[in-house]
Design a protein around this ligand. Sequence first.
Ligand SMILES: C[S@@+](CC[C@H](N)C(=O)[O-])C[C@H]1O[C@@H](n2cnc3c(N)ncnc32)[C@H](O)[C@@H]1O
Length: 226
Amino acid sequence: MKIDILTLFPGMFKGIFNESIIKRARAAKKLKINIHNLRDWSRDKHKKADDKPYGGGCGMVMSAQPVFEAVKDLRSQVKSQKSKVILLSPQGKKLDQKLAQKLSKNKHIILICGHYEGVDWRVRQVLINEEISIGDYILTGGEIPAMVLVDTVARLIPGVLGHKDSNKEESFSAGLLEYPQYTRPAVYKGFKVPQVLLSGNHNKIRQWRTKQAKKITLQKRPDLIQ
Ligand SMILES: C[S@@+](CC[C@H](N)C(=O)[O-])C[C@H]1O[C@@H](n2cnc3c(N)ncnc32)[C@H](O)[C@@H]1O
């Protein structure tokens, strides 16, 4: 999968995709991530990419022109022409595991990070395929939402996680929260690891985990079961 990220603040992405699982996925060519500065497409002589809002009001609005031209360029670089253009926006569909799974099937995603008061409305009208929110709160920009989206989608790409079943048993994948996990030592500060996990009986372990997952989901997120 190829992901192009359009932002006014490329420096915010330093580090985040160069660590851990995402770093390995990039090195193994399972995932290509490019961070682009929207100002590079600005036709303004000072490389301005925002302006005052029509009708008045505080703050600045990101201009349509650099976004339109950037998306056109990035689309043309992909042979299949099947690019998904996503605007990170508090007005969008809320990101969850199901949506992440759907997104992980795309070959090319372009993420547009809004900033300031947001992006000229014509970007929504003409350019984008989907608007995605990471929750009902307002952040200063779409950069952190883009990082969240990339992180959750990347780990669903086949071959990115070490074990092919790693994301099948975790929270939300099967409609339940995950069962308790333990590692060595078997006793720590007097707290013991449940005996069944030390038994080596895989059937019993599976049953115990399913029971625990249901119990925890009922306690913490009964809405997931309903
Ligand atoms: C300060 S916000 C703009 C908020 C906008 N004036 C409004 O009231 O909806 C700037 C940018 O941050 C991003 N953003 C903020 N909150 C977000 C959220 N919950 N999910 C996704 N993107 C968000 C969007 O790209 C947005 O254009």
